[in-house]
Design a protein around this ligand. Structure first.
Ligand code: UD1
Length: 402
């Protein structure tokens, strides 16, 4: 059997790594095995958004790279479809496997089905019901087309049933992101936190640090001090990530968020912020960059690697994020998580379902209140059903069983 799996953007990489590992394990036990081809659409191409993850997660180089790169949604989806069609016609796979909800997921799903190739979707059934999110459109299209819908939690299965997806296409396998978290947790724990921060400091954010970064270890507690911020010791720190168009594409939304982060969060504790290229670009465009880089206690980083993010998350007092993957990781690690969205396709990570996350949208009053509340909170790790580190194995079994 020939299986072609597809990755395009950063959040895909941690989902495909365990799948490839599970295919290799299957091939050691079974004859004939699975002939696997990895296709990278090239949507994310920077070393720090792309290559760093392949290396850290030991993902083999893609067999085929479509080299699509940046562009509008229609450009990314259209160009991916044109390039992927040729690949499918040439390679004639039995299955195309897509993960997540990025533009590559949707583009390759449409192409595969038009070429009459069977389609499996890992992370099927997530629904935010927010049609202003490009990812929601990608999820709906992909799930409508897929022959095998591999779901991360029971709520996702219910979503699919309510949309009329036949029962035999749905298979509850658990969350494949957690396979990677469990496989890499030990390595992340071994990282020196100060080294992570120093290693990824953003050029502009560290410009004012004068004589450079000073390290100290007092009573077994380390701290890194730039003169404008100090991270380490008892005080704790917040971690932040933000890249969704709804938060970063409009100055009247991004401006007040930046004020809250700089004036209130940084007034309380250091804020470690690995910045996404989309967000950095918009902060500069809207004239907000100087405020961010000049704020005391703002620890601005370039996009960090997988293990580094996990390490920051393990140590954070609070996470502020609009990323779906981080909501899931905070759930398992128990990090109090303020989700900068009005809805989530991952309700299982919310406090009301036993998780660690609260939805705060981007309304500052709500954000302030939730932030204050979390300052008194303890970590509360939770493990939804089948988030057990063995999801990829179940995905491979499900595909081979069809
Ligand atoms: C994409 C995904 C989103 C995911 C996010 C994680 C879609 C619709 N969105 O959003 O679901 O959560 O990735 O990162 O697929 N850029 C670089 N270097 C890169 C990649 C992008 O500088 O390696 C720049 C691009 O020029 C572009 C911007 O970042 O202007 C956004 O990239 P894009 O791929 O359009 O979407 P993301 O916002 O990253």
């Amino acid at each position: 059997m020939k299986v072609m799996s597809v990755v395009g953007a950063r959040p895909n990489f941690m989902k495909i790594a365990p799948f490839i590992r599970a295919v290799e394990a299957y091939n050691q036990e079974n004859e004939p095995g699975i002939a696997h081809i990895l296709v990278h659409t090239g949507q994310h191409y920077d070393d720090r958004m792309n290559r760093a993850f392949f290396e850290a997660l030991d993902i083999p180089d893609a067999d085929i790279n479509l080299g699509i790169g940046s562009g509008s949604h229609a450009e990314q989806v259209g160009q991916t479809m044109i390039a992927f069609e040729k690949v499918v016609q040439e390679e004639k796979p039995d299955w195309v496997v897509v993960v997540g909800d990025v533009n590559a997921t949707c583009a390759c799903s449409i192409t595969a089905k038009k070429e009459l190739v069977r389609l499996a979707h890992i992370e099927a059934g997530l629904r935010s019901r927010d049609m202003s999110m490009p990812e929601e459109i990608n999820r709906l299209v992909t799930d409508r087309l897929a022959d095998l819908l591999l779901t991360p939690d029971r709520l996702s299965g219910e979503n699919l049933r309510s949309e009329g997806v036949p029962e035999e296409r749905i298979c509850f396998v658990g969350n494949i992101m957690i396979d990677t978290l469990e496989a890499q947790r030990g390595k992340a724990e071994g990282l020196e936190l100060g080294g992570v921060i120093e290693g990824y400091l953003h050029e502009d954010g560290s410009r004012w640090s004068g004589d450079g970064i000073q390290w100290s270890v007092v009573g077994g507690q380390w701290s890194v001090d730039s003169g404008r911020w100090a991270v380490g010791g008892d005080e704790g720190f917040a971690v932040m990530t933000m890249h969704r168009p709804s938060n970063v594409d409009f100055p009247d939304v991004l401006g007040p968020l930046v004020d809250f982060l700089c004036d209130e969060v940084c007034g309380e504790m250091p804020l470690v912020w690995p910045i996404h290229p989309r967000t950095e670009g918009n902060l500069k465009k809207f004239g907000l960059w100087q405020k961010v880089v000049g704020t005391k206690n703002m620890v601005l980083l370039n996009p960090v690697g997988y293990h580094e993010m996990l390490r920051l998350n393990m140590a954070a007092r609070v996470m502020l994020t609009d990323s779906g993957g981080l909501q899931e990781e905070c759930c398992v690690l128990g990090t109090p998580c303020l989700t900068l969205r009005w809805n989530t396709e991952r309700p299982v990570t919310l406090k009301e379902h036993g998780g660690a996350s609260v939805l705060v949208g981007n309304e500052i009053g709500r954000l302030r209140k939730a932030f204050r509340q979390t300052l008194n909170e303890e970590r509360r790790p939770a493990r939804p059903e089948l988030w057990d580190g063995r999801t990829a194995e179940r995905c491979v079994q499900a595909i081979c069983g069809r």
